[in-house]
Ligand binder design. Sequence first.
Ligand SMILES: *[C@@H]1O[C@H](CO)[C@@H](O)[C@H](O)[C@H]1NC(C)=O
Ligand SMILES: *[C@@H]1O[C@H](CO)[C@@H](O)[C@H](O)[C@H]1NC(C)=O
Length: 490
Amino acid sequence: MQFMDSMAFLCLILSSILSLLIFNFIFLRTVHFRRRRLRLPPGNMGLPFVGETLQLISAYKTENPEPFIDDRVSKYGTVFTTHVFGEPTVFSADPETNRFILQNEGKLFESSYPGSISNLLGRHSLLLMRGSLHKRMHSLTMSFANSSIIRDHLLVDIDRLVRVSLQYWTGRVLLMEEAKKITFELQVKQLMSFDPCEWTENLMKEYMLVIEGFFTIPLSIFSTTYRRAIQARGKVAEALILVVRERRRESERGETKSDMLAALLDGDGGFSDEEIVDFLLALLVAGYETTSTIMTLAVKFLTETPLALAQLKEEHDEIRARKCELEALEWEDYKSMPFTQCVVNETLRVANIISGVFRRAMTDINIKGYTIPKGWKVFASFRAVHLSQDHFKDARSFNPWRWQSNSGVTSSVNVFNPFGGGPRRCPGYELARVELSVFLHHLVTRFSWLPAEEDKLVFFPTTRMQKRYPIIVQRRHVPKPCKEMEQSQQ
Ligand SMILES: *[C@@H]1O[C@H](CO)[C@@H](O)[C@H](O)[C@H]1NC(C)=O
Ligand SMILES: *[C@@H]1O[C@H](CO)[C@@H](O)[C@H](O)[C@H]1NC(C)=O
């Protein structure tokens, strides 16, 4: 019986692969035929079915951040055609084309993600929403994370939670793990007003399994990681639904909180519990991996650029000198970190956590003398632009000073899009900057550190440090305790 089952399964798989191959063969013939009529961007479709997927994957296993695109840009120019993850795709490494794609969101292009991702995120996530619902949710998120909200409400918790987390650091620290913990705690606080506790720790464990599945390659939906992720998603959703129900009861009793969940509950939307849970989960995904990776990479780049680290320390020591140990950072402090903002921009530019976005052409689109046929995938690569010598001098090195005079930014048009653009620009862009700045403040004023061992930055399937960037930390000096400050002021 068992044997029969697996045979049947095998046949099913084989026959679907076969039909995909046939379908692709016919499809590619059609493409070939249409190429004569439409002027497709130049490029290579690779093998039937797999296209250039294998080249893409193996290219990104190296330390070079842009091997796949570099290669093709030098052969075909900044807009080229390829065939990856089962579909013909136009890649753009051209800032004008990228801007055109982002600005025409919902008109000429729509966001498009593989089914494996929508299973994990839920149907109601921001990433998959379209049209007017997306607009409403996007502006709701924006109004929750805009700078006046951060200044008046979020900053105090960011400062406190980062400080508390760093208190426990001694000896060897896996920076990526610690950054993830901090980011998760911040998000749970901002979304649902929970302080770190056993409940949040358990939630984080399940949640990390969901994330693992999220970043498996779209084709590996038969993998254990993916199945485990789907199960974990169920558990996280269950836990969140209890929170949502409890909060509904609280608000019936007239108790209110001011967090994202409150905004979702009393918005005029009348969202269902399921919609709210999908939405919360998607916000967790959006902020978690990205912010924690950017924290880790900022530290890595600074470690490798001692002059920049020294200048950053000076800026933050000056701020700390005006305060005692437990005194919180305020908005004015954040606003007086000019060099930090250069470091933040440069980290975002070099790291490129979001390498670009996938869209689908809703109609035949003519751009720059080429046609992108209706239904085709488009990949707007921000990374290729950020790392191009045409737009940034000495583009592949970390040089925060380039932002001081803008002399290292050679383009006149806006080519810096670390958070995307258009109606789908990441609503958390300011929040991410503030969190990174506060993290750097507490880190450099409290610790000095050295890398514990060699580690490697890799870019596929996600940008990350292979060994999670282990460092050895050492306390720098004890900041002025608050009592002494009071006495010296008297
Ligand atoms: C931020 O959002 C709030 C509503 O949540 C709004 O009242 C305020 O004007 C917004 N501030 C900015 C700077 O956009
Ligand atoms: C950093 O980049 C943003 C665009 O995302 C820009 O508005 C800002 O001026 C830049 N900061 C510095 C210090 O150049």
